[in-house]
Design a protein around this ligand. Structure first.
Ligand code: DHB
Ligand code: FE
Length: 296
């Protein structure tokens, strides 16, 4: 049986892709940002996930005003880095897991989540920057990826409550896949930022850190934050954070914190990152040998 063993939250600022690709990741500006992900890069080497369900948003690269799916799942075999204006990033292509993705699509749709199915798309910084932050610069990404795209660009984005419920349904879908797979769920985007208008540059450290606090433990209060609060407190692009709630919903009732990191500024954005372990109530640490033993 496939199992969700961990959840990761991370910002996706495009400038971090530039810093990684042009070797600026340890300079004075980017060093403190990348250092906060070092723990996770080492941890991922030990965790060796087979698949990451990567919840992200497209920024008018694969979709535009012609088609705006609220929730879409990538069921393809491969995704290429998108050209966002300066040519595609020179990072490896992203390998999909079509069998798992189709299984999840079927389970979610029969569970009454009306997913859009995507067989072909290019993936932009929303997906490739988190991969770079967590895995560094390998010749090939170390795991397969099931991209799960969420509309947080054009009003109305889905509610936080709906995102959390989708995460719960993803967990059920993964746990009904017969193959033994070590699966992580990543929620990406955010944290507070606003890229345009009179409030451009808005950052809200206190709110962001309360949001991170709220992902740890057994409270589900975050699912009830209204869109207007994200907009008012975290800027127009802060709504990207509802994607973290899909990851949180997929963790089950309780989570344990393994790692967290917060830094301002990065471009116009506050960087946030955390790693969670789903607490299944049995005190079982779903890593390494425990994972292998549980899979037997
Ligand atoms: C920035 C942040 C984003 O989330 C994004 O999609 C584009 C740019 C930024 O801070 O520069
Ligand atoms: Fe963004």
């Amino acid at each position: 049986m496939a199992r969700i063993t961990a959840g990761v939250g991370s910002s996706h600022v495009p400038l971090l892709g530039v810093a990684s690709d042009f070797g600026k990741d340890s300079d004075d500006y980017f060093g403190p940002i990348f250092n906060g992900y070092e723990w996770t890069r080492v941890w991922e080497l030990a965790e060796k996930p087979d698949v990451v369900i990567l919840v992200f948003n497209d920024h008018a690269s694969a979709f535009d005003m012609k088609i705006i799916p609220t929730f879409a799942i990538g069921c393809g075999e491969q995704y290429k880095p998108a050209d966002e204006g300066w040519g595609p990033r020179q990072v490896p292509d992203v390998e999909g897991h079509a069998d798992l993705a189709w299984h999840i699509a079927q389970s979610l749709i029969l569970d009454e989540f009306d997913m859009t199915i995507i067989n072909e798309m290019d993936v932009d910084h929303g997906l490739t920057v988190p991969l770079s932050m967590m895995f560094g610069k390998p010749d090939k990404w170390p795991c397969k990826v099931v991209p799960l795209a969420v509309n947080v660009v054009t009003y109305p984005p889905p509610s936080g409550n709906r995102c959390w419920a989708l995460g719960e349904a993803i967990r059920k879908a993964v746990e009904s896949f017969p193959e033994d797979l070590n699966v992580q769920v990543w929620g990406t985007g955010g944290m507070s930022h606003q890229l345009q208008g009179p409030r451009a540059g808005l950052i809200n450290r206190e709110w962001d850190n309360r949001f991170i606090d709220g992902l740890i433990g057994s409270s589900d209060a975050l699912r009830h934050i209204p869109h207007l609060e994200y907009l008012r407190e975290t800027g127009s692009e802060g709504i990207e954070m509802v994607m973290w709630l899909i990851m949180r919903g997929a963790m089950g009732k309780t989570t344990r914190l393994l790692h967290r990191h917060y830094h301002v500024p990065c471009s116009n954005t506050a960087i946030g990152h955390l790693v969670l372990r789903p607490d299944n109530g049995e005190g079982l640490d779903m890593t390494g040998s425990d994972f292998a033993a549980a899979a037997e």
